[in-house]
Design a binder for this molecule. Structure first.
Ligand SMILES: O=C(O)CCC(=O)C(=O)O
Length: 271
């Protein structure tokens, strides 16, 4: 690491109090870490990428397309694009992974504002990427995310599922009306919880509602440019966007260095 990069990294380390709070609650918010110019550049990059993904899907013949619980998914090589359910299809809901599709998003993976706290959470200076996604909640079209944990999605592909901390980069002012991110405070302490058994195709990925207390929900109404760090076991979700404003976010998940990423299985260590 250059001296410059070391100084920047040191400036963003977690205080003891922040580290204690993250461990106790399973999440930590740092408000407005990116300024308006940086956010504009990131939004430009995500919108260009979403447009290119749509064009790519139209142009390529051998994409794999499937519908689960009424939602359309398209695989472009190892990249999965999930669409909003009708009538909003072809509005994109999620692209995973996304950062490798644009140099500005790829550079974000190494940004000390994200990686210095993650190094403290993992207790390791050598960290790598696990996965990353773009969640687009278009005005009055973006659907919600039911209460779930990420760890049950990953447990079959990863032997260290406890060591996959996430950071959400909030790209628009987030409120209850546009479907801000929500967490169940303290739910990460339970480890992997059972899913629902409602007969739907994806039901098993939603957390059994008898296993957490919705009274502990925290709606993270934070300004654009904020970062939300959260544990791989925390129960989280969000409501649909019922407002006239977008609610876009990137979610990046790290791991100890030297392990392959979730989808491409390539190793992407953090600089
Ligand atoms: O973007 C959101 O509000 C929720 C995201 C989420 O639950 C996820 O990506 O696993």
């Amino acid at each position: 690491m250059s001296v410059d990069a070391q100084t920047r990294s040191a400036n963003h380390r977690l205080s003891l109090e922040e580290a204690r709070r993250y461990r106790a609650q399973g999440f930590l918010v740092r408000k407005a870490q990116f300024d308006a110019l940086e956010i504009d550049a990131l939004i430009g990059a995500v919108e260009d990428t979403a447009k290119a993904a749509l064009a790519g899907i139209e142009a390529v013949q051998d994409t794999r397309s499937y519908v689960l619980d009424g939602k359309r998914f398209v695989d472009l090589d190892h990249i999965t694009v999930q669409f909003e359910p009708p009538p909003f299809d072809p509005a994109i809901k999620v692209i995973e992974p996304v950062c490798e599709l644009h140099p500005r998003l790829d550079a974000l993976l190494d940004d000390a504002r994200l990686t210095a706290p993650i190094r403290d959470i993992l207790g390791s200076e050598a960290i790598g990427l696990w996965t990353n996604k773009l969640n687009l909640k278009r005005p009055r079209a973006g659907s919600g995310f039911g209460w779930h944990q990420d760890s049950p999605y990953w447990i079959h592909d990863c032997g260290h599922v406890d060591l996959l901390p996430n950071v959400m980069v909030v790209l628009d002012d987030a409120s209850r009306a546009n479907g801000c991110f929500e967490v169940i405070r303290g739910s990460h302490r339970e480890g992997c919880l059972p899913g629902t058994d409602d007969g739907s195709q994806l039901g098993g990925f939603y957390t059994d509602p008898s296993r957490f207390d919705p009274g502990n929900a925290v709606a993270l109404e934070v300004p654009a440019g904020s970062l939300v760090f959260f544990d791989p076991h925390i129960v989280h979700g969000s409501a649909p966007n019922t407002s006239d404003h977008p609610r876009r976010a990137l979610v990046i998940t790290y791991q100890p260095a030297g392990h392959p990423t979730l989808k491409s299985r390539r190793i992407r260590n953090i600089r």
